[in-house]
Ligand binder design. Structure first.
Ligand code: HDD
Length: 751
């Protein structure tokens, strides 16, 4: 593990202060271009990346593999789109150096034309995201319930996963309070299967016809187009307080789940109930879960807000760095299974209602395979932007149910790609292309890149010898499972069971530990505190009264409003402990430890801590008064952050490594010789690091002047989560603290 963590330390930046190690390892240095191109360059060798193999063409006539790569980029000369070599791209063609630009400059025209059209519409929701390639290794444990080939024992399936926020635009911050998307494309041997889920197991609405309403309410106000990527505004709360089936999802958003620590530390849920079909044709209802190996962890709200400013790409960077360094994130895919009964209920829970979960205590999640993300996109646009997910992309053995939300999604995802990707041929884009042979009889259309053969793209035909042929009835997809459709009349109504909007909200609330409840109260108080409309706040309080009187009273107190009475009797429900994120311990891989040093006093101690952090599979970042390499006494230590560039939110714990005790030159005094800020405990930036980390429940350790520093910040060395030692030996205790994610005892002081 040390190697991996060591690499993360390098990738997680040399950072702005970086010394000689700056840059991303593994990436060759890019030499500055010569000012004058040689007149007769030797014929260039093929690009290094070119893995020339046999020229292959897919069944739809599209080039694949090396041929596909060659189409994107080949040769060493700059050319036009038509492949004509160019001697100059810096000057437009003019009638003399000071003369007018000539219309005949095709290169100018083509270059600007293409640039002018570089952008495509961003996704109408989930526009902001990050993605990675990986592999899914099945355990075979789902074989009894599904005949899907990728779920058979020990099958390896390539995957592409895109994580996202929902509300913000493409350039918005990662750490906003929002639901996160967790969409997985499995390139199975039987065709593409997309599991298009979220990090929250329920949804705001029960019927897809309400999707435009909830999204219009959550997006910025139509007049001012603010706020960006936020739910803390009137239109959102107006809608969810009037439309109480959104209560459960909203409560999850207001909990710590709305601000994940990392994409790597999020659960994922398929949300809907799906139907599995096994080789014998027997059916089972199922809910899909992704369980992260690193556990489920969150930011605290102040941290999330600060990060949105200091590193808006926090989650994107975290995913990229982890994968780049070899610390591949992993999730187990799990299933909860339920008998496929006529009423599609389980223990009184309506399985077709996407605002409901089935507690894991009632139906355990059985692991069926392991997802490992092991490669970053090589081109963000081509892959993360052009990937097109669809809940209707199903393979034999997995089928949809009559969940009305799912039915609408199956319609909507196909539709949205026409606008976003410009026509019906988006499945031909490399990232969307199935790894199974395609012979679909779909023809022509905008951006058709395949050169189809044959003369009879219809069935039945004799002119192409009847080709393509049908799959056997037991092997093909979209063979309808012969389940009964309940008799009824055409109505615009929901079943009575969909009318229960509060019982599971109460279950979620009761399942939270005290510190998680405090966070929820603080979140509602913050969000509603940002609203202007009194009626909206009051109506939301009335909703909260139906979840829990304490929750309602506390939020009302924060808003300075009276506490309304509940309009419904409180649900008699039991908690589901599996919903809480607090109380367990987790692996430490990839955690980031800041080692704050003055660069002089105890470099041996700094080295020891750094080594120990690496040994534990974590990432040490050395924070010093100025950048460069510290080599006072022996092996050099590279500085990754300076007092000017470090911010506490980047670290999971801080070690104050032998800083000198408070001295005469406190508060920004300067070391005359080095010209660097004096590294005393009085430096306000060090104090800010410490106090923020403390407020956010992070473990703190140190020796030397650390105790004095803690005292200066009003932190007693006796408090939980504070370790003061004589030298660098306090680390084992620190690791123990870290495995619980935060020093939970420190809340509610921190929010
Ligand atoms: Fe959706 C994107 C997840 C309901 C319509 N959705 C989108 C993405 C995720 C989800 C993860 C991003 C995919 C990507 O990374 O490209 N959506 C969900 C979940 C839902 C849900 C878990 C409820 C259980 N969605 C939902 C409904 C509708 C849509 C009810 C419309 C009726 N969703 C879309 C969309 C998007 C989309 C407009 C935007 C971009 C895209 O599809 O490709 O069609």
């Amino acid at each position: 593990m040390k190697d991996v963590a060591d690499k993360i330390a390098d990738v997680v930046h040399a950072g702005p202060a970086g010394g000689p190690e700056e840059g991303v390892p593994g990436k060759p240095a890019i030499a500055s271009p010569p000012l004058v191109e040689p007149v007769h360059p030797v014929e260039p060798l093929p690009p290094k990346a070119d893995q020339s193999g046999p020229e292959t063409v897919s069944p739809t006539g599209q080039p694949t593999g090396a041929e596909q790569a060659r189409m994107a980029q080949s040769g060493a000369y700059l050319t036009t789109a038509q492949g004509v070599r160019l001697p100059d791209t810096d000057h437009s063609l003019k009638a003399g150096p000071r003369g007018p630009v000539l219309l005949q400059d095709h290169h100018l025209r083509e270059k600007l034309m293409h640039f002018d059209h570089e952008r495509i519409p961003e996704r109408v929701v989930h526009a902001r995201g990050a993605a990675a390639h990986g592999v899914f290794q099945s355990y075979g444990t789902a074989q009894g319930v599904s005949k899907a080939a990728f779920l058979a024992q020990d099958v390896e399936t390539p995957v592409f996963v895109r994580f996202s926020t929902v509300l913000g635009s493409r350039g918005s911050a990662d750490t906003v309070r929002d639901t996160r998307g967790f969409a997985t494309k499995f390139y199975t041997e039987e065709g593409v299967f997309d599991l298009v889920g979220n990090n929250i197991p329920v949804f705001f609405i029960q019927d897809a016809i309400k999707f435009p309403d909830i999204i219009h309410a959550g997006k910025p106000h139509p007049d001012r187009e603010i706020p960006q990527a936020q739910s803390a505004h009137d239109t959102f709360w107006d809608f969810v307080s009037l439309h109480t089936e959104a209560t459960h999802h909203t409560l999850w958003n207001m909990s710590d789940r709305g601000i994940p620590r990392s994409y790597r530390m999020m659960e994922g849920f398929g949300v809907h109930t799906f139907r599995l079909v096994n080789a014998e044709g027997a059916t089972t209802l199922v809910k899909f879960h992704w369980k992260p190996k690193l556990g489920v962890h969150s930011l605290v709200w102040e941290e999330a807000q600060i990060i949105a400013g200091v590193d808006p790409d926090f989650h994107r960077r975290d995913l990229f760095d982890a994968i780049e360094s070899g610390a591949f994130p992993q999730w187990e895919l799990g299933i909860q299974t339920f008998p496929d009964t006529a009423d599609q209920m389980f223990e009184g829970i309506d399985l077709l209602d996407p605002t409901k979960i089935v507690p894991e205590e009632l139906a355990p999640v059985k692991p069926v395979g392991l997802l490992t993300l092991n490669a970053n996109p090589s081109n963000f646009f081509a892959e993360a932007e052009q990937v097109a997910f669809h809940t209707g992309h199903l393979v034999p053995g997995i089928d949809a149910t009559d969940d009305p939300l799912l039915a609408g999604r199956n319609f909507s995802y196909l539709d949205t790609q026409f606008t976003r990707l410009g026509g019906p041929n988006f499945p031909q884009l490399p990232i969307n292309r199935t790894h199974a042979p395609v012979n679909d009889m779909l023809r022509d259309g905008m951006h058709q890149t395949a050169v189809h053969r044959g003369v009879a793209p219809y069935k039945p035909n004799s002119l192409d010898g009847g080709c393509p042929f049908f799959a056997g009835a037991d092997t093909g997809a979209f063979i309808e499972v012969p389940v009964d459709v309940p008799p009824g009349r055409k109505v615009r109504e929901a079943p009575a069971s969909f009318g229960d909007h509060f019982s599971q909200s109460r279950m979620f609330w009761l399942s939270m530990t005290p510190v998680e409840r405090e966070h929820i109260i603080a979140a509602y108080t913050f969000e509603l505190g940002k609203c202007y409309e009194q009626a909206v706040k009051e109506r939301t309080l009335a909703v909260l009264a139906n979840i829990d009187p304490e929750l309602c009273a506390q939020v009302a107190a924060g808003l300075g409003l009276p506490v309304p009475a509940a309009t419904e009797p409180l649900a008699d429900t039991r908690p589901s402990p599996a919903l809480s994120q607090v109380g367990r311990t987790w692996p430490l891989d990839g955690r980031v430890i800041g080692i704050v040093t003055d660069g002089a006093v105890d470099m041996t101690g700094v080295r020891e801590v750094r080594e120990a952090v690496l040994d534990a599979g974590m990432v040490p970042l050395v924070v010093a008064p100025a950048g460069g390499v510290l080599a006072a006494d022996g092996d050099p230590v590279t500085v990754q952050r300076t007092f000017a560039t470090a911010r506490s939110v980047e670290f999971d714990a801080l070690v104050f490594a032998g800083l000198p005790a408070a001295g005469a030159d406190a508060h920004g005094a300067r070391d005359a010789k080095a010209g660097a800020p004096a590294p005393t405990v009085g430096d306000p930036r060090v104090l800010a690091l410490l106090t923020e980390a403390y407020r956010h429940g992070k473990a703190l350790a140190g020796w030397g002047g650390a105790e004095a520093l803690f005292e200066a910040a009003g932190i007693s060395a006796e408090e939980p989560g504070v370790i003061v030692t004589d030298d660098a030996r306090g680390l084992p205790q620190l690791l123990e603290l870290l495995s619980a994610h935060r020093v939970w005892e420190r809340f509610p002081a921190a929010m």
